[in-house]
Every structure is written in structure tokens, then in C-alpha cells.
Design a binder for this molecule. Structure first.
Ligand code: BV8
Length: 233
């Protein structure tokens, strides 16, 4: 049996892990992509075309986040750290994993609570969940603040850090993601067949290689705490 210090667990999370905290997912019924077109609010072209509309979209999510708290799924992943070395790789831009107390959180797609300027220096600044006012706020050089997130069509630079975390993992948990977005989804496939993969999601499995996956079908805030409690490294 592996000792705590030997067991590496990688956890790939998506919007579903924050659903019980009241944050909208993207592709579920009533999700964000039913309310907005990706092309209008989550691409560099959308920003150039209508920065006010993009800023409003992210200000609404900042406001949602202001009133959200970590749920039992986030807390279970913190509890898991007493049994193994846990590395969270999240597609989410919320800060609920950090607020729950997770020690190692890698944000593949950036963070809602940070902004960066559009100037060549790409100054980054912690912003929290207060709204950005494009008209009156910008960096010291006068460039507007954009959300410090990865939009569709933009490179995902932190994949270089994420792959080794999966490649050196002894176990992968996939929690609350439809695995529709690349290259993030590749991380799940990089583990298939090499290490055990556990999926926590109420939806049918979207990952091929079903026989290589254990599907815990249901809400992560209900199933993950039980799994962590009974998990023996
Ligand atoms: C890039 C921004 C190249 C911040 C996001 C290969 C194949 C196909 C397409 C592509 C490909 N390679 C690239 C693409 C294009 C594109 C892409 O993947 N398109 C898809 C949609 C077809 N990818 C890109 O553009 C990426 N960039 O490849 O650049 C490049 C290279 C070099 C130089 C220049 C360019 C960039 C992708 C990042 C986009 N930004 N977010 C923000 O606004 O949030 S992605 C967005 O989707 C979020 O980050 C989100 O996290 C992510 C994934 O969604 P999910 O988290 O999975 O959420 P979803 O709603 O889909 O699913 C929720 C799940 O939870 C469901 O399964 C549901 O059942 C479950 N659930 C619900 N409740 C619960 C639950 N589970 C558990 N418990 C519950 N209670």
C-alpha cells in the first residue's frame, strides 16, 4: 500500500464542481452558453468589437462569485490532502478551490479575480470580485483592464505545467467537466489506460474508453465527500 507521501492524485475540475455553490455551468440547461454567444463574450474578437459587453459579462460573474462559497466537493478535495499529494488542475476561473483551502491549484483558463492590461507590458493586478468600470479604470499607462482569463482562440500556456502533473499522477479524478474544451480535455485522455480515472458527474460519460473509467454518477458535492472518506491510498 502506498504511503501518503508517495501517492499523487491529479484532479481535473470544471464548472460542475462549483454548481452547488450557485455558479452557472456553461453547457447544462440554462447554462452560460444558453444565455450568451461565446463569440460575443469569450473571444479576443469579441473584446475588440465590444469591450463593454465582454466587461459586463465578467462583471456579472464577479458578482455571482461575490455571493458564492465553496461547497462540500471543494472541501472534500481539501480533506483528500490528508491522504495523498493532491494537485488540482481547474478549468474554472472562480477562486473556490483556494477559498476552500486547497494547497495546489493550477488555473488553466485564468482567474476571474485578476485583471490584466491590454498594453504591451500586460500588467496583471489582483482585482477581487468588484466590477470593472472600463470608462474610468485602467492600468497606470492608460490601457483598459481585460479579464485575466484564456478566451477561445487564445493559447493555454499553463498546459505545459498541467501535463506533468497528470503524467506523474497515480490516480486522476475528473470532477464536473463535460470535457468539451481543448486542450484541457486532453489531460483526461493522457491518463486513460495508464492510471485509474474516476469521474464524478451526473451526466452520462462523455469520455471514450468507458471501461477504463469508474463513473460516480451524481452531484460531486454529494458523492465526492463519501469517496474521500472511504479512500485508502
Ligand atoms: C486554443 C474562459 C489554440 C474563461 C474558457 C480541438 C478540438 C476541438 C476544438 C478545439 C481543439 N483545440 C482548440 C479548439 C478550440 C477551442 C475549443 O476547445 N472549442 C470547443 C468548445 C469545441 N479551444 C480553444 O480555443 C482554446 N485555445 O486551443 O488555442 C492556440 C494555440 C497556439 C496559439 C494560439 C491559439 C482555449 C480554451 C479556453 C476557453 N476559455 N473559459 C471563462 O469565461 O470561464 S473555456 C470554458 O469551458 C470554461 O473555462 C469552462 O471551465 C470550460 C469547460 O467547460 P466545463 O467546465 O466542462 O463546463 P460545462 O458546462 O461544459 O460542463 C459542466 C459539467 O459539469 C457537465 O458535465 C455537467 O454534467 C457537470 N455537472 C453539473 N452539475 C454538477 C456536475 N458535475 C458534478 N457535480 C455537479 N453538481
Amino acid at each position: 500500500m502506498m504511503q501518503n507521501r508517495d501517492m499523487n492524485i491529479a484532479v481535473l475540475t470544471g464548472a460542475g464542481v462549483s454548481a452547488a455553490s450557485g455558479l452557472s455551468t456553461f453547457r447544462d440547461t440554462g447554462g452560460l452558453w444558453e444565455q450568451y454567444r461565446v463569440e460575443d463574450v469569450a473571444t479576443p474578437e469579441a473584446w475588440l468589437r465590444n469591450p463593454e459587453r465582454v466587461t459586463e459579462f465578467y462583471n456579472k460573474r464577479r458578482e455571482q462569485l461575490e455571493h458564492a462559497a465553496p461547497n462540500a466537493a471543494h472541501r472534500a478535495l481539501v480533506e483528500l490532502e490528508s491522504k495523498a499529494a493532491v494537485h488540482i488542475i481547474t478549468q474554472n476561473v472562480d477562486d473556490l478551490h483556494q477559498r476552500a483551502g486547497s494547497a495546489r491549484v493550477l488555473h488553466l483558463h485564468g482567474e476571474l479575480t485578476w485583471v490584466r492590461c491590454c498594453g504591451p507590458e500586460q500588467v496583471r493586478r489582483y482585482w477581487g470580485t468588484r466590477p470593472v468600470d472600463l470608462l474610468s479604470q485602467g492600468c497606470a499607462n492608460g490601457h483598459p483592464w481585460r479579464p485575466d482569463v484564456v478566451w477561445f482562440g487564445e493559447e493555454v500556456p499553463r498546459m505545459d505545467e498541467a501535463y506533468p502533473l497528470v503524467e506523474t499522477a497515480d490516480l486522476l479524478l475528473v470532477v464536473g467537466t463535460s470535457l468539451q474544451v481543448y486542450p484541457a480535455a486532453q489531460l483526461a485522455y493522457a491518463a486513460l489506460g495508464r492510471i485509474p480515472v474516476h469521474v464524478f458527474d451526473p451526466a452520462p460519460l462523455s469520455i471514450s474508453g468507458r471501461n477504463l473509467v469508474e463513473h460516480h454518477r451524481g452531484p460531486a458535492d454529494e458523492l465526492l465527500p463519501c469517496w474521500v472518506e472511504t479512500f485508502v491510498p
